[in-house]
Design a protein around this ligand. Structure first.
Ligand SMILES: [Zn+2]
Ligand SMILES: [Zn+2]
Length: 96
């Protein structure tokens, strides 16, 4: 995709809405949400440990998510090794 997309943490509502719409999928006991980053188009994912055992009250808390694509983006801070900067907090996986 477009490598000229620069690091930017000012995430749009559109980005948030698209990521929020991806389903949580159970994989090997963990919850995984993944898809192409709505901003840079690179594959990103978020894994929450627990799966069916994830039934603690903390499950009701929003989950932080950020683009963690493995492609280069200009102006990425030196302490970050992935993503385009887009990030937000989304609904947690189901706690059943
Ligand atoms: Zn990217
Ligand atoms: Zn991205």
């Amino acid at each position: 995709m477009d490598k000229s997309i620069k690091w930017d943490e000012s995430t749009s509502q559109e980005w948030f809405d698209v990521v929020e719409s991806w389903p949580w999928e159970e994989q090997g006991g963990d919850w995984v949400k993944q898809g192409p980053c709505p901003r840079c188009g690179h594959q990103m994912d978020r894994t929450v440990a627990g799966g069916v055992a994830f039934a603690l009250p903390v499950a009701a808390q929003p989950v932080a998510i950020w683009c963690n694509c493995s492609y280069p983006h200009e102006q990425r801070p030196s302490d970050r090794d992935a993503g385009c900067g887009s990030n937000g907090r989304i609904s947690p996986p189901p706690s059943t």
